[in-house]
Design a protein around this ligand. Structure first.
Ligand SMILES: CC(C)(COP(=O)(O)OP(=O)(O)OC[C@H]1O[C@@H](n2cnc3c(N)ncnc32)[C@H](O)[C@@H]1OP(=O)(O)O)[C@@H](O)C(=O)NCCC(=O)NCCS
Length: 238
């Protein structure tokens, strides 16, 4: 709660509903003006029932949001993905980001997930600080995110112990390549992308910044570098 002159204005954190989609898109566009948000996509994600999204309201306006959902690791461990967090530029630095991540983390704990995690760009000090204040720790391993948006219909390679994790977010429907990363697993994702281009818009993979051979393989297949990230993680076994 903040006092502004004679008026006391409260910040409210509450679960997002479908009717918030346009306001979430407006905050998203204010934070990332180079992207174009689709309120319809955001509405569908909220409506699907598999995500927990929160919004922050201040003076009756939506000023921030966070989305989160469960994925399963190749070993079937339930993970709570805190996927997208944003606070309107006019309202940053007032504790809203921290309140949103705290709410999303609590939901993850209640969901029964083993841990929560977030992928944060290595230079995003504000987000790192928010997650650190909410009990998350970085593993300190820099990983480059590579993304391919065009599938390739190539002969199906022999299956390796990798997983293609389907994800639907406020930004995209896609496939994350996880597990034992090889050129075959990266190719497999592109094959599935080509076969399901109406369903998925991209395939993404995190490659250790030290793995020159896999990086080269990814680029040769058409994956392009987005940025370097760290995983930030909070275990729920405490
Ligand atoms: C990251 C973001 C959501 C943080 O929200 P916020 O409401 O401004 O953050 P808070 O006010 O809750 O701050 C929490 C902590 O982070 C610190 N912090 C906030 N912005 C900071 C900055 N730019 N640099 C350093 N620390 C910062 C605060 O001082 C506070 O630390 P404290 O508790 O030790 O005092 C917001 O800056 C944002 O929307 N950024 C652009 C989008 C983005 O990067 N999203 C995250 C993608 S992973």
């Amino acid at each position: 709660m903040w006092g502004e002159g004679d008026t006391t204005v409260e910040i409210t954190i509450r679960p997002a509903v479908v009717g918030d989609a346009a306001a979430i898109a407006a905050v998203k566009d204010a934070v990332w003006p180079e992207e174009t948000s689709e309120p319809g996509r955001i509405a569908r994600v909220i409506a699907c029932g598999e995500h927990t999204s929160f919004i922050a309201e201040y003076g009756g306006q939506v000023v921030g949001f966070v989305d989160s959902f469960t994925t399963y690791s190749p070993m079937e461990t339930a993970r709570w993905e805190v996927d997208l967090l944003a606070v309107h530029p006019d309202q940053q630095g007032r504790g809203i980001g921290r309140a949103l991540v705290s709410a999303a983390s609590q939901s993850g704990h209640e969901s029964g997930a083993t841990f929560a995690r977030a992928l944060i760009q290595t230079h995003n000090t504000a987000s790192q600080r928010v997650f650190a204040r909410c009990g998350y720790r970085s593993d300190g391993v820099a990983r480059d995110l590579y993304v391919a948006t065009r599938g390739v219909a190539i002969p199906q390679p022999v299956f390796q112990d990798t997983n293609l994790i389907e994800v639907r977010t406020f930004n995209y429907n896609g496939l994350w390549v996880e597990g034992h990363l090889t050129i075959d697993s990266l190719s497999r994702a592109l094959t599935r992308l080509a076969a399901n281009s109406h369903e998925y818009g991209l395939a993404g993979v995190l490659i250790s910044s030290c793995d020159a051979a896999l990086t080269e393989a990814a680029m040769s297949l058409g994956y392009t570098l987005v940025a370097a990230f760290h995983w930030w993680r909070r275990d729920f076994d405490d």
